[in-house]
Design a protein. Structure first.
Length: 119
C-alpha cells in the first residue's frame, strides 16, 4: 500500500524546540509565471540556525522587505554579534523534489520578529 504525504503540514515547533533562531542569510524569492521569473517578490527566505540545536533551516516569510539588510547583517557578523529572531505560524510541509529525487521540507511563516537584546 502506497503512503500518502500529508499536505497540511505541521508547526515548526513539532520539529524544532528552539526558542530562537540565528539569522545567517536572507534573499528575496521571486514569483514565476509560465516557468519564467517575474519581478514580483513572493517573500524573503531566511537561512537560520537553531539557537540551541544548531539545526539549519530555510524559512520563507510572506513579506517583501527583509527585516535587516545584507550590509547590516554583515556588520553584525564582523562584530561577532548575532541576530536572534522568532517566527509567527511557521509551518513545515513535505514535498517531492524532482531534481533531487527525494522528499524535502518547505517551511513558510507569516512573519518574523527580532528578539530584543538583553540589557
Amino acid at each position: 500500500m502506497k503512503k500518502q504525504m500529508s499536505t497540511k503540514g505541521a508547526p515548526l515547533a513539532v520539529y524544532s524546540k528552539d526558542p530562537y533562531y540565528i539569522v545567517n542569510d536572507s534573499y528575496a524569492r521571486h514569483e514565476y509565471q509560465d516557468g519564467e521569473k517575474t519581478d514580483k517578490i513572493a517573500g524573503i527566505v531566511y537561512t537560520v540556525t537553531g539557537a540551541k540545536s544548531y539545526d539549519q533551516f530555510d524559512i520563507l516569510v510572506k513579506e517583501t522587505q527583509p527585516i535587516i539588510t545584507s550590509e547590516q547583517l554583515e556588520e553584525l557578523k564582523e562584530k561577532d554579534e548575532k541576530l536572534l529572531v522568532t517566527f509567527d505560524n511557521a509551518i513545515v510541509k513535505p514535498y517531492y523534489n524532482e531534481r533531487m529525487k527525494s522528499i524535502q521540507d518547505s517551511i513558510k511563516a507569516d512573519s518574523i520578529h527580532i528578539v530584543p537584546k538583553k540589557q
